[in-house]
Each structure stands twice: as structure tokens, then as C-alpha cells.
Design a protein around this ligand. Structure first.
Ligand SMILES: Cc1cc2nc3c(=O)[nH]c(=O)nc-3n(C[C@H](O)[C@H](O)[C@H](O)COP(=O)(O)O)c2cc1C
Length: 280
């Protein structure tokens, strides 16, 4: 299954791109509206893109009343990315949702009030909703398999891996940070090896369904994440430059499989772990 990464596609302005995916993932929704960070909020680097959008979003009430009904009209399965600053924030949004998959954004480098305990948030959300719950984790933690096991024990159904990594760009003339907030989230090609390692480690640790993302721009990239243990793959930064990426990546995936002698993509699933005992 091919999805977009949260925050990398506006389905209401690009409905055709959203319909070319198997499911659309919303930008992270917080309880209150957020205008986001001061400009400059986007910067290109040699190895990917930096953003400090700061979770700009219309807030829960407007999202539920105005945005979600319009997204439902697209006829694409929906994933709603839920954010907040305390477990109760997340749980209240989860309780208000129906008929979607929920992705809990447990990591955002642009928000200082990062949630203290991922497991506490997942437990609160698990108690608030029977909907499928994916926990989106950052790879910038000391022990990501331990974090994955903690959210699994707290009731998550799957993992979304990975979010951006903190980065900075300096102006070549002034040597001052380019981004208004000085630092931002790095996405794009530099993330791919980090994402592969995170998916590989978390699948080995938990056996959970994983949406792999981070620097995917080709069928080969997607295939590698599947081989590391991702059931599904999400396209992020690539969508800004190439809105046709979903169809292209699907076509490339078929070619990559056939050139490797793999009949169907499922046969490549977790193949990087071959010979290793897999968790139940
Ligand atoms: C402009 C921008 C906005 C993003 N907004 C969100 C967001 O609201 N919530 C979230 O969980 N991740 C957000 N992300 C992170 C992506 O969903 C994804 O995890 C990350 O970009 C890695 O994938 P990529 O290298 O394919 O872009 C954002 C990324 C970018 C580039």
C-alpha cells in the first residue's frame, strides 16, 4: 500500500494526487489552531529539505467540521494524523474520529513541548477509540526498538517510521541560520539509510505492521523499505517536486521485483531478515 507522508500533500488542492494513493494521510491536527512558526520555514540543502512549519493546522474543531467531510468526499481511505501536547489532547481527538485510521504523531522536531511519554499517550488513545492506531516515531531517540516495544505494549496496532531529523542550514554570506526558527526537520534523500535502519530494528523487535518513510523517491527505495520490514510505504518530500511520483513508484516497483526475480512484492517482505527468527 502506498500512502503520502503526513504534511507532504494537500488533498483538497491536489485531489488527483490523493486519489493516486491507497490512502491519504492528513497533516497533523492539534486541539487548537496553530499558525506555525515564523518564516523562513523551508530551505533546500544538498541532501534534502529542511522545514520548520511548526504544525500549522486549523485545529480539531474546524478540521472535524470543515476539512474532514471534504476529505471523505474524495473517496480515498483516510488516515488522520493526531498531535498534541498531553495525552488527553491526543485522546480527545481520537475519541472524536470515526471511520479512519489514526496516526499518532509522537515526534515533531518543530514543537518544543514534545510529549514526555509515548506509551502514556498511546494508552490514553487506546482507551478512547477502537480505531486502528499507528504510532509515528522519530529515529532521534537513543533506543528506537525499546520505544517501539513500549507503544506496542500500550496498544498501538502499527508503527509509522520515521519522522524528520533536526537540521540546520547557514546562509552562505552571513553565516546566520536560514530558517526563521534556526533549526528544522530534515527530510528527503538523507533520511533513507536512517529509515531503513529504524524499520529493520523495529520490525525485528515487534513484528508490527510498519509504514516506512524517509527519502523514498523511487520504486527501489520503496522495495528496500519493504525488504527491511515495512508493510506499507509513504511518499513525502518527493511529492513536492513530482506529483506523479505515486504512479511512477508503483511502476518502478513492478520492474524492480521482476528484475530481481521476485514474483510479487509480498515475497520481498522482510527478506532482509532472512535466516533470523522473527517475533510472532
Ligand atoms: C513540509 C513538511 C511537513 C511535514 N509535516 C508533518 C506533520 O504535520 N506531521 C508528521 O507526522 N510529519 C510531518 N512531516 C514529516 C513527514 O511526514 C515524513 O515523516 C518525513 O518528511 C520523512 O519522509 P520524506 O523523507 O519522504 O519526506 C512533514 C514533512 C515535511 C517535509
Amino acid at each position: 500500500m502506498l500512502l503520502n507522508a503526513s504534511g507532504c500533500l494537500d488533498a483538497l488542492t491536489a485531489p488527483g494526487v490523493a486519489r493516486s494513493l491507497d490512502a491519504f494521510v492528513t497533516k497533523t491536527i492539534t486541539p487548537e489552531p496553530r499558525e506555525g512558526n515564523v518564516p523562513v520555514r523551508i530551505a533546500e540543502t544538498d541532501v534534502g529539505m529542511l522545514n520548520s512549519i511548526g504544525l500549522a493546522n486549523p485545529g480539531r474543531e474546524r478540521f472535524l467540521a470543515e476539512v474532514l467531510p471534504r476529505l471523505r468526499d474524495l473517496g480515498v481511505p483516510l488516515w488522520v494524523s493526531v498531535g498534541g501536547f498531553a495525552a488527553a489532547d491526543y485522546a480527545e481527538t481520537c475519541a472524536a474520529l470515526e471511520g479512519v485510521t489514526i496516526e499518532l504523531n509522537l515526534s515533531c522536531p518543530n514543537v518544543d513541548e514534545a510529549p514526555e511519554s509515548a506509551a502514556e499517550i498511546v494508552s490514553a488513545c487506546r482507551a478512547a477509540t477502537p480505531l486502528p492506531l499507528y504510532a509515528k516515531l522519530s529515529a532521534a531517540v537513543p533506543d528506537i526498538p525499546a520505544l517501539a516495544r513500549a507503544v506496542q505494549a500500550a496498544g498501538a496496532d502499527g508503527l509509522s517510521l520515521i519522522n524528520t531529523l533536526r537540521g540546520m542550514k547557514l546562509d552562505p554570506h552571513t553565516l546566520r541560520p536560514v530558517l526563521g526558527r534556526e533549526v528544522g526537520g530534515l527530510s528527503g534523500p538523507a533520511l533513507k539509510p536512517v529509515a531503513l535502519a529504524a524499520v529493520h530494528a523495529c520490525w525485528r523487535a515487534t513484528g508490527m505492521p510498519i509504514v516506512g518513510m524517509g527519502g523514498v523517491s523511487s520504486g527501489r527505495d520503496a522495495l528496500e523499505l519493504v525488504a527491511a520490514g515495512a508493510r506499507d510505504v509513504a511518499l513525502g518530500t518527493v511529492l513536492f517536486g513530482d506529483p506523479d511520483a505515486p504512479a511512477r513508484v508503483r511502476a518502478e516497483l513492478v520492474e524492480e521485483c521482476s528484475s530481481l526475480g521476485v514474483a510479487i512484492l509480498d515475497d520481498a517482505f522482510a527478506i532482509a531478515h532472512e535466516g533470523i527468527e522473527i517475533p510472532a
